[in-house]
Write a protein that binds this ligand. Structure first.
Ligand code: HAM
Length: 446
């Protein structure tokens, strides 16, 4: 006999775990549009697409993002495989791309190597608006050259993508340089000295960060931490000449490109691998100053993962945050997910005639549904309406006998009878050549 609790379990409604969600068809229209824009702009700039695995050895992330960062300390989905090896679902894209660069000796390719990705990532963050445990990022990495013109091109590409998405005006570009790790040493000591005696005013996280990752204290959002960090010594006053010249050069290029930026001395980013340039795009429409994307230069990263000294620069954007922003700003995305024709039929013979007709129409690029069920024609017309089909084809007993079909204009409520073998050409004219869905990747092979 089945246990009562078993029955209860069966009736239980399953839902996604906290912080993850389905991408339903409506949101896929945004995803598709964003992917198209990213692919197009990346292609124009010579990037090639890369996909790294969903999980890597934990060390790939721990060593690069930094042991003392929030991501590594609190947010990684880490598990052991059957042989006890520690693996982690990727919390970000750069470390995996760099691991791949080394594994496949991409230094043999012409430099710089430009790669882009559009992928889900995983962070065990506290779920809230714009913060999820599985989220999508698109990102770009330029590996192999150190030149401020490449940092400028990265920022420019981000900016163009935001512009194509219709939301560039809702963000400010926050820019900073954090110099090289060696140059930062002196500043870190000065920063720690500045906070001596002020620890009590810091939030609990910053009290700990002061010892382990003092730079992060600078960009804490808690009010008291912020007031103190505004008065803190500025990093740029202690950085090396080379980093500052690089930064000035970058600003000159951005000016030339007409890209506005806000110099933000407290911007440090939440990952340890950066050197010199760091930047973020902040949402001006929301007070929380949420970053929609960010990036920077990571000249030591390839070496950190065991490769030869190789510079790099890149950025990534959160797609859920972009979509939320597009919706707030009422940006409508173009979609091809609609049908042209619904086929309503009466009786088995009509259905038999309609199935090959449907195939012919689809092959000609007419998006077609229908020829199902046994409902009355009136009910089928109701269904065609619900699917939003502008045209319905009606095939009943009379039409089968006379080898005709009725084409109904759903908006006007008018209809005409046409010879069955003229239905496709007639509809193609009505729909218009440019609206037909003719693309078929398979065709390219022949
Ligand atoms: P990040 O700033 O950690 O940078 O993430 C980039 C973007 O991903 C964020 O600005 C945000 O839009 C989105 N994001 C991050 N966490 C979440 C979350 N929990 N839920 C929703 N969206 C989120 C990086 O990941 C670096 N790898 C960027 C980079 C590439 N730097 C150099 N190259």
């Amino acid at each position: 006999m089945a246990d009562k609790s078993d029955e209860k379990k069966k009736l239980e409604k399953f839902q996604t775990p906290k912080g993850v969600h389905d991408i339903l068809p409506g949101d896929h229209e945004y995803h598709t549009f964003i992917k198209k824009v990213v692919r197009h702009r990346c292609r124009q700039a010579g990037y090639r697409r890369i996909t790294t695995p969903m999980f890597e050895f934990t060390d790939v992330f721990a060593r690069t993002i930094g042991d003392e960062t929030d991501i590594v300390k609190k947010e990684m989905y880490t598990f052991e495989d059957r042989k006890g090896r520690s693996l982690t679902l990727k919390p970000e894209g750069t470390a995996g791309v760099v691991r791949s660069y080394i594994e496949h000796a991409m230094w043999d390719l012409p430099k710089p190597v430009e790669l882009y990705y559009i992928e889900p990532h995983f962070r065990y963050d506290r779920p809230q608006k714009g913060r999820y445990r599985q989220f999508w990022q698109f990102g770009c990495e330029i590996i192999g050259e150190s030149d401020a013109a490449l940092d400028a091109q990265c920022i420019q590409l981000s900016y163009i993508i935001l512009k194509d998405l219709g939301i560039a005006d809702t963000f400010t570009l926050q820019l900073n340089t954090i110099g090289t790790p060696e140059a930062r040493e002196e500043y870190l000591q000065i920063l720690q000295d500045y906070y001596v005696g002020k620890e009590r005013s810091l939030c609990e996280d910053c009290k700990a960060r002061l010892k382990t990752n003092p730079l992060r204290v600078l960009d804490c959002k808690a009010e008291d931490c912020r007031i103190l960090s505004e008065l803190a010594p500025k990093m740029q006053d202690y950085l090396d000449k080379d980093s500052m010249e690089f930064h000035d050069e970058l600003k000159g290029y951005l000016d030339e490109l007409g890209i506005e930026y806000v110099e933000n001395h407290r911007l440090v980013r939440g990952l340890d691998y950066y050197a010199k340039t760091v930047f973020e795009f902040w949402d001006t429409t929301d007070g929380a100053q949420n970053a929609i994307g960010g990036g920077g230069r990571y000249d030591g990263l390839v070496e950190l993962l065991g490769g030869p000294p190789t510079p790099g620069v890149g950025f990534a954007f959160g797609m859920e945050r972009i979509i939320a922003n597009m919706k707030i700003n009422k940006i409508k995305v173009p979609t091809k997910d609609y049908i042209h024709v619904f086929v309503a039929q009466l009786g088995r013979e009509a259905k038999q005639k309609c199935l090959p007709l449907i195939e012919d129409m689809r092959n000609e690029g007419i998006k077609t549904m229908g020829a199902m069920g046994k409902g009355a024609i009136r009910d089928q017309l109701g269904l065609a309406d619900k699917f939003g089909a502008p045209w319905t084809i009606l095939v009943g007993i009379t039409e089968v006998r006379e080898s005709t079909a009725i084409i109904r204009n759903m908006k006007k409520g008018t209809q005409e009878t046409v010879p069955f073998n003229k239905v496709v050409s007639n509809l193609k004219k009505k729909i218009g050549e440019k609206n037909l869905d003719k693309y078929s990747p398979g065709e390219l092979l022949y």
